[in-house]
Write a protein of this length. Structure first.
Length: 136
């Protein structure tokens, strides 16, 4: 296994940029967020927005629409930014608008994650409001 320095040299790059990433985040539209252990580890603020479920809903499409109504995508986006900033402070990483990547992983529904994506992209029009760097 090569060291980072050897790897950078092979790329002919003097430095590298590393970004904090989370490639498995369930939105409130995913029933997985509201069941069992995954619900238990949410912050009190998140739990308040997301009522706990005992069983998977039978009509996932209706559930997804209800999740959008229960927890507006802008509110969830703000929670994600807050979570990112808390992790940055805890790890001694400087906060900034260009260091985090996120992937929404909703296995059975898509309306909520699509709305969240649209919300994030709409923030690009005003870079001062954009707490996350988004790339297409």
């Amino acid at each position: 296994m090569r060291t980072n320095r050897e790897f950078l040299k092979s790329l002919k790059a003097p430095t590298a940029s590393f970004y904090l990433c989370d490639f498995h985040v369930h939105s409130p539209g995913s029933a997985d967020t509201r069941i069992g252990d995954r619900f238990d580890v949410l912050s009190p603020e998140e739990k308040q927005l997301l009522p706990k479920l005992d069983d998977l809903p039978k009509d996932l499409a209706a559930y997804d629409k209800q999740a959008v109504a229960d927890c507006p995508v802008g509110n969830f986006y703000d929670l994600l930014v807050k979570r990112r900033d808390n992790i940055a402070r805890a790890q001694g990483i400087s906060e900034g608008s260009d260091w985090a990547f996120l992937a929404i992983t909703d296995h059975n529904v898509a309306e909520y994650s699509a709305g969240l994506s649209q919300h994030a992209w709409s923030l690009i029009t005003d870079a001062r409001k954009l707490p996350m760097r988004l790339e297409r």
